[in-house]
Design a protein around this ligand. Structure first.
Ligand code: URA
Ligand code: SF4
Length: 275
């Protein structure tokens, strides 16, 4: 699989990178996209928010989080209060996987140089991941049911995993968790100002000493496959119906939960099929 890596040195700005993303053919997702979704917001933002991948509306508009998940994300940010101009928002993969399926490990790998360069260019103090898959990009051993709302350290930055807003749309208990968790974001930012920012090319390009005590990074590409299997098992064990106030298990917070649960209104809308 080709990656976008060979040309990564030529992306001198977020706009240049966005131009490259829009004409990228490094993985199969390019052939089914309407528009690539490089990301939006302030390139000088201290907070980088990372979802999983564009959904139907994002693919149509070429912008991240513009559907119902995005509306909830806006509400969550407003509570702090922050707006889209205070953050930069992007996704692990920049093109919509067809039929709302999960991005495949080779697609995540092919798209990886873009996210890495976005990290370098925006140099955020706090990385907010939305949902399980995005968290695993930085914290492969994490469990979203346990780690959401925790202020973690990742390579000199703060990692702040949140549940995915799409999950909050489907389950009021998850929405409440999201509303509570997001209130800790200002504290995460305060802590980030006390953590020395590391902007080391070797580290960002994956040459990380995984034995370092504070490093949460391991070989994520290998782990993605394992997580996939774990995820399938969780999915098999999941109860067929959920009530709003049922305890939230890890399986409920992972992508396949909503995989086949689209309603007529939601059909084709990735934000309700994946998180
Ligand atoms: N869900 C995501 O993970 N990303 C988007 O951009 C929209 C919905
Ligand atoms: Fe390129 Fe990423 Fe789109 Fe694949 S998902 S075609 S790697 S921009």
């Amino acid at each position: 699989m080709t990656t976008a890596e060979t040309s990564s040195n030529s992306w001198h700005s977020i706009d240049e990178l966005a131009t490259a993303v829009r004409s990228c053919t490094a993985c199969g997702l390019h052939s089914t996209r309407t528009n690539a979704v490089p990301g939006s917001g302030s390139s000088k933002a201290e907070i980088l928010i990372i979802g999983e991948g564009p959904g139907f509306n994002e693919d149509q508009q070429g912008l991240p989080f513009v559907g119902r998940s995005g509306k909830l994300l806006d509400e969550l940010l407003a509570a702090i209060p922050l707006t889209r101009e205070d953050v930069f928002i992007t996704n692990v993969v920049k093109c919509r996987p067809p039929d709302n399926r999960d991005p495949l490990p080779d697609e995540v790998a092919a798209c990886r140089p873009y996210l890495e360069r976005q990290m370098e260019l925006t140099d955020p103090k706090v990385v907010v991941t939305l949902g399980r898959v995005s968290m695993l990009r930085f914290h492969p051993k994490g469990k979203i049911s346990e780690d959401h709302g925790k202020i973690l350290e990742w390579e000199g930055r703060i990692l702040f995993p949140l549940l995915h807003p799409a999950a909050g749309l489907r389950n009021p208990a998850i929405k409440r968790e999201l509303q509570q968790d997001v209130l800790k974001l200002p504290e995460a930012l305060r802590q980030a100002h006390g953590v020395s920012s590391v902007n080391n090319d070797d580290e960002i390009n994956g040459e990380v000493d995984t034995s370092a005590p504070n490093s949460l990074v391991t070989q994520q590409d290998r782990k993605l496959n394992e997580d996939k299997e774990e995820l399938e098992q969780e999915n098999n064990n999941r109860p067929s119906s959920q009530t709003a106030d049922a305890p939230i298990a890890d399986g409920q917070l992972s992508e396949p939960l909503l995989k086949n649960e689209t309603t007529k209104e939601e059909k084709g809308d990735r934000q309700l099929g994946i998180f």
